[in-house]
Design a protein around this ligand. Sequence first.
Ligand code: NAI
Length: 465
Amino acid sequence: MAQYDVVIIGGGPGGYNAAIRAGQLGLKVACVEGRGVLGGTCLNVGCMPSKALLHASEMYDLANKDFATLGIEVAPKLNLGQMMKQKAESVTALTKGIEFLFKKNKADYVKGWGRIAGPGKVAVKGEDGAESILEAKHIVIATGSEPTPLAGVEVDQKRIVDSTGALSLPEVPKSMVVIGAGIIGLELGSVWRRLGAEVTVVEYLPRITPGMDEETAKTFQRALTKQGMKFELGAKVTAAKVGKKDVELTIEPAAGGEAKSLKADYVLLAIGRRPFTDGLGLETVGITPDKRGFIETDHFKTSAEGVWAIGDVIHGPMLAHKAEEDAVACIELIAGKAGHVDYDLVPSVVYTYPEVAWVGKTEEALKAEGVAYKAGKFPFTANSRAKINHETDGFAKVLADAKTDRILGVHIVGPQAGEMIGEYCVAMAFAAASEDIARICHPHPTRSEAGRQAAMGVEGWTMQA
Ligand code: NAI
């Protein structure tokens, strides 16, 4: 029987980072993954392929709509097969990269589906169906999440797809309905809208992207609407009838009222994700997930001795980079070090055009908590780099404590917002005041100056306008 210090179940961003960190710290470690390839949802059917399609479709959209403004006359022609091929090649290169890192850091990659088979034991069912047992001082559950289903709208991955199916449609839909105006719906809806589909997003709430700062979400929605995306807010889908070449959805106002029907070639269901713990043998060590399926933990420790959990299966934002932070902290705690994650500083990015990125509190959260704050805001219409590039959608907004000036939240909507937010993650980790950013020289001309100007705006001395 193979014996390990740590056996990790799941090879996504949580699991593979945990395996590499354990190897670095000299622990004997194995990572069990059943999909036949490392990287989990993020690398295989999530963050990476979606970003590959977002980048390629953005280039296509730019070539179609914006190149002429720059004096470049082209007539782009879509080659969907090639777009999908380069996506697949990038994904393969990345997953192979993780295998290399496993070897380099002496982490064993065990292929097969793992389940806990009692304290200190993980059973792995290999491709041949035979089961082997790994013995472990510590078991780390990193099994991630799966799409949340919706009654009456059954995913067949042909006409009604989830995020996985939407990454590999065989054609550009003439029309697509996206159910759920969350990050997945808007990112993948954007891909297909740019490639030519008419996209309608049906959202249960009266607003898009719950959790995002409300003013930011409104500006974001205006930008998406300008690009041709349609929104049916405050509406729920109650039934779906799949035909040969389309789907007919029944839509009702969320508050009740008359139903109407909406037809589309393809439907993308993206109403959230839920923890994935099917067949994991949690009962063999006495772990019962909570009502929503999450495993409850205290500093990654579950209720079972020697069993830890990280990433999407535990509470907190379901984000790859949060899972990575969990992974490192959890393994460091196992190794007797002081692993720690600051969950107030986990940034979020929506990789649409424009991008939306934020870190820290929204205005709504600060109001609800009764925190007195000041806001500084700067529009990209007044940023020289944005103007020169004809990319003036959006703004940067800095929220700071009214008494101490400590930065409490930053919200950016605009191209490359995801790259800009890193500066504020660092600043907030060092407990910066808005004045610290306002008095730091930033390169000119860059979009980062809009972030600085927003910080200057907290004390009312914004200069470029
Ligand atoms: P989400 O939780 O972000 O959004 C789901 C949306 O669906 C919400 O707006 C919700 O109100 C709506 N909804 C729920 N039930 C509905 C119904 N019956 N009818 C209509 N609307 C309904 O979930 P999403 O977009 O599926 O993403 C799942 C997870 O993956 C999230 O935690 C997200 O943050 C993460 N993710 C992150 C990405 C990134 O960081 N760029 C990319 C993709 C996913």
